[in-house]
Structure formats: C-alpha cells, structure tokens
Design a protein around this ligand. Structure first.
Ligand code: TRP
Length: 326
C-alpha cells in the first residue's frame, strides 16, 4: 500500500469552523504521516453561481487560509485544480465509463439542483466524475473527507472498478479517512450543515474577530422551553464545546443541561471565547500571507509542478490502456 493521501476543497475564500473541524484540522495531522496532496478545486466551484470578478480573490484567499491554518508546503503538495489539466482530461475518460443512473442517485446533486433551479448545469451533474478524476489521478490509498462525501468516494471506487474490468488492473480501491468530528451544523438552522451558502449568520468563519463570534453565537438557536431531549441547535453547541474546549468545561455544561440548570448565555459566552482564542494565531499568519502574495504564488508554482508530475504519469497509463496512444 502506498502512503499517498489526497483531498480537495472548494475555494469559497472564507473557511468556517465546520470546514476546519471537518477537513482542515485532519489534513494538518495527516501531513506528518503521509505524502499529502491538497487541491483547491476551482473547477468544481464553477458549477455553482459565481461572479468571475471574485473568483481569483476566492482562490487566493483559500490558499492563504490553508497555509495560515498550518498546511505546510514543505510537507504537503498544495495546488490549484485548473492548473493541472490532467484533471479535466481524466474526467472525460471517466465520464464515458459512468452510467447516468449512478449520477442521478447522488444526493449532493439532488440537493444542489433543488437549491439552484435556474442553474442546473451539466457540470453540476458530472461533478462527482471530476472528483473521481481528482482522486484517482494521484492513486492515493485514502481520501480524508466529511461523511457527506462518502457517496462521491463510492462512485470513484465504482469508476475505478469499471476501468479495471474494461482496461486491466490500474486503480486500487480508495478508503475514506473520516474525521471523528460529527458534522458542524448551521447556528440558525441546525438541521442543515454549516455552509457559507446559507448566509453569514449561519457560520463562524475562522477569520471572524472575537466580537463577531460572540454576536453570532449569541443568536444561535438552542432549546425552546425545558426539554429533556437535546435539540439539534444545543447539540451543535456542545459539539463545538467538545472540540474547542477542555473536557472539564464540556462536562460542566453537560451536567448543567442534564439537571435543567443550564444557562445558555453562559455556554455561549464561553464557547465564543474558546473559538476566538483557538484561531488567534491563524488570524495573525493570515495577515502576514496577505501581505506576501509573491510567496503564495511561489508555493503554488511548486505545487503545480509536483502535482503534474504524478498526474501526467497516471494519464499516460490511462490513455495507453484505452488505446489512445499511437
Ligand atoms: N466535493 C468535495 C466537497 O464538496 C470537494 C472535492 C473535490 C474533493 N474533489 C475532491 C474532496 C477530491 C476530496 C477529494 O467537499
């Protein structure tokens, strides 16, 4: 088994604590154990509505955020998807192996199509095929993702199996590397995953200053009335407390809840402080990188070279097996 790991992140340009706990925190740990590749998947991001004038900014911001969080270019290859054209190429070959019925089953596609009725583009539909290409190009053994991506990884494995069956053994089955953290939910609509697309009040950004965090958490929905059953909103705050606080704090509020004496305003104030403190270094490093765009560009140029070297090898193998190399 090789030691390679790959993951991808969309360039929203504003990482929130859900992205952090669900993905980036895990990536930072993995880079000490494995040969890690991290792609900023700008091509995927074109399947949602966007303003071209903002795209570049968002991509740069995402790279800066990853670096400021602790993704270390000495340990990891960090690159932009569209700068490695093999992703799009392999996606086409994979598309010819993917039954439409498989794509129609994808829950993320159905969710997004329902949300952007005016823009159900073909890219949104074939999004998981491009994701399969992102992954299999690097032949990783594992892909760190949140549980919402499991279906996409299964599809990548389906495609790998189909490719092998038709053209000979090429791709091994990949393993999802799930983070222990459960999903972080929206502050205002805790039945939904925390997502920038829901609106600013729903998310806590890693870059939010302490006062902003406090204000947002103060508006988070908790329990209505005295229920023994913990509501989704309260559960979400406890999840955050568990991840950003010490076990003593977590246990203190857990017991207060159990006895019916919990003061949500105290829980919220504590939580806001913990989160603001946790990302203090991040905010400082981020400001430094923003002043040094040349440094960021150098890191990306290097990432592109390293990613392309691996991607080109796989693509040549694929084209040869498919009979395209003359
Ligand atoms: N679809 C993933 C998400 O929304 C992003 C992604 C694109 C990805 N390509 C990937 C994740 C490859 C892991 C591996 O989070």
């Amino acid at each position: 088994m090789n030691q390679r790991v790959l993951s991808g992140i969309q360039p929203t340009g504003k990482l929130h604590i859900g992205n952090y706990l669900g993905a980036v925190a895990n990536w930072i740990k993995l880079q000490d154990q494995y040969e890690t590749y991290f792609a900023v998947v700008d091509m995927h991001s074109l399947t949602a509505d966007y303003k071209p004038a903002e795209k570049r900014e968002q991509i740069m911001a995402t790279v800066i955020e990853l670096l400021a969080s602790g993704i270390d270019p000495k340990k990891s290859t960090i690159f932009i998807q569209s700068q490695v054209p093999q992703h799009a190429e392999l996606a086409w070959y994979f598309a010819t192996l993917t039954p439409v019925s498989f794509l129609e089953r994808m829950t993320q596609y159905k969710d997004k199509a329902a949300r952007q009725k005016e823009n159900i583009n073909a890219g949104l539909f074939t999004y998981p095929v491009l994701q399969a290409a992102d992954i299999l190009l690097y032949k990783p053994f594992g892909v760190p993702v949140g549980e919402d991506q499991l279906q996409h990884l299964e599809l990548a494995n389906d495609i790998a199996r189909k490719f092998n069956a038709r053209f000979g053994s090429t791709f091994e089955q990949i393993k999802p590397l799930l983070t222990k953290t459960p999903r972080v939910m929206s502050l205002l609509e805790p039945s939904k995953k925390m997502s920038k697309s829901l609106g600013e009040g729903h998310v806590i950004n890693m870059n939010d200053e302490a006062a902003v965090i406090e204000k947002k958490i103060s508006k988070a929905v908790t329990d209505t009335g005295s229920t023994k059953q913990m509501s989704a909103g309260t559960k979400n705050l406890f999840t955050l407390l568990e991840n950003f606080g010490e076990p003593e704090e977590f246990n203190f509020f857990k017991e207060a809840f159990a006895s019916g004496n919990i003061k949500y305003s105290d829980l919220k104030k504590n939580l806001a402080k913990l989160i603001a403190h946790h990302f203090a270094d991040y905010r400082r490093r981020r400001k430094e990188l923003e002043k040094n765009p040349e440094q960021v560009m150098r890191i990306l140029a290097e990432g592109k070279e390293k990613a392309q070297a691996v991607a080109a090898r796989t693509l040549t193998e694929v084209k040869t097996k498919m009979g395209l190399v003359l």
